[in-house]
Design a protein around this ligand. Structure first.
Ligand SMILES: NC(=O)C1=CN([C@@H]2O[C@H](COP(=O)(O)OP(=O)(O)OC[C@H]3O[C@@H](n4cnc5c(N)ncnc54)[C@H](OP(=O)(O)O)[C@@H]3O)[C@@H](O)[C@H]2O)C=CC1
Ligand SMILES: CC(C)(CO)C(=O)C(=O)O
Length: 309
């Protein structure tokens, strides 16, 4: 099975690296700067689950290669448009595209670009980042990819990709209800990234601050309202479960969005919080979600202005 990983960043580099380590045929589609770095130093992973360093195959947009069997899509949402143009020549009749982005609105864009039948659902649970040398750092327990056909059917292509993880130091599992799984993750990440970014703190101090837990609970309630409206198959107790997960997270945990803000990087504000506000049923009051989005847009505006100087 030939696997193409689009975006050798924190997520793609990690999972692509683990599959490569397990003997799978993995190629990374990367931009020129990252290609130079990877061709010179290889792919480097530092992880709780074991370090890994290897020379890997890389290609850049426009380079000749046959269509791949599987594409793992792991770019940030704000790079999606260009990356789909770059990816198009490597998607063939039998290619299966698995997006690992947080959120859900990218599915429609993938369907439009490649056709619904090629795109399955996917998400990942991992806390990972790229350091200044372009090395992947991953220091917590979870390193799981979840994927599945969007109609819930079992399929040979999904089973085959699942088997690629048999020998890998990361887990790959199938969800029978991938759209529900994606919405559960979306609910969690919208609250987790929203609250940690807004407060500029990891989750522990936010929970302990006066009114902190209450604010988290209310933000969960607002996002869950939108989520239920979009995905009625969500478990009725999903808001309470999500709050409980947030209440039990390691106190030092922060979302990748806050880590990006700390590096003064771009954020997925429109893709995550902005999209939720657009999907919200008319007339509902969403003061906390609105505040998170406003904060992120102020941050984006300031960043843009600073870059223009
Ligand atoms: N990091 C985390 O812990 C988690 C992240 N996620 C989600 O996963 C997604 C990816 O996040 P993450 O891995 O952190 O992001 P990163 O920024 O670390 O990686 C994205 C990579 O995509 C590359 N890229 C962008 N455009 C292209 C292109 N046209 N062709 C090739 N490569 C391209 C960038 O390369 P370049 O070097 O050229 O800029 C970058 O290395 C996001 O939606 C995020 O929300 C989900 C769970 C956990
Ligand atoms: C919370 C986490 C680490 C879970 O995978 C995540 O998705 C993110 O920070 O973007």
């Amino acid at each position: 099975m030939r696997i193409l990983v689009l975006g050798a960043g924190a997520v793609g580099g990690y999972f692509g690296g683990r599959l490569h380590e397990a003997g799978q045929d993995v190629t990374f589609l990367v931009r020129p700067g990252r290609k130079k770095q990877m061709d010179e130093q290889g792919l480097v992973i530092h992880s709780t689950h074991g370090d890994y360093q290897a020379k890997v195959k890389t290609i850049s947009a426009g380079e000749q290669a046959e269509p791949f069997d599987v594409v793992l899509l792991s770019v940030k949402a704000y790079h999606l448009e260009q990356s789909l143009i770059d990816l198009a020549p490597y998607v063939g009749k039998n290619t299966m595209v698995i997006p690992l982005l947080n959120g859900v609105t990218h599915l429609a864009k993938l369907d439009e670009a490649f056709g619904e039948e090629k795109v399955i659902g996917g998400l990942c649970f991992i806390e990972t980042t790229l350091n200044e040398k372009g090395e992947i750092e991953q220091y917590s327990e979870q390193h799981d990819i979840v994927f599945g056909e969007r109609d819930g059917q079992r399929s040979e292509r999904v089973e085959r990709f699942k088997r690629a993880f048999d020998q890998a130091k990361a887990t790959g599992s199938r969800s029978e209800k991938i759209k529900v799984s994606m919405w559960q993750k979306y609910l969690f990440i919208a609250v987790f990234s929203g609250i940690t970014s807004l407060m500029g703190e990891s989750i522990g101090p936010i929970r302990e601050a006066p009114g902190g837990r209450e604010t988290i609970r209310e933000l969960v309630r607002e996002v869950a309202l939108i989520a239920y409206n979009q995905e009625p198959e969500l478990n009725e107790g999903v808001a309470e479960i999500t709050f409980s997960i947030l209440d039990h997270l390691d106190a030092s945990m922060k979302a990748s969005m806050l880590r990006d803000i700390e590096k003064y990087g771009e954020v997925e504000a429109d893709h995550l919080h902005g999209s939720l506000l657009k999907m919200a049923p008319e007339g509902v009051s969403l003061p906390r979600l609105t505040m998170v989005y406003a904060f992120l847009k102020v941050y984006e505006g300031k960043r843009k202005q600073d870059q223009g100087r």
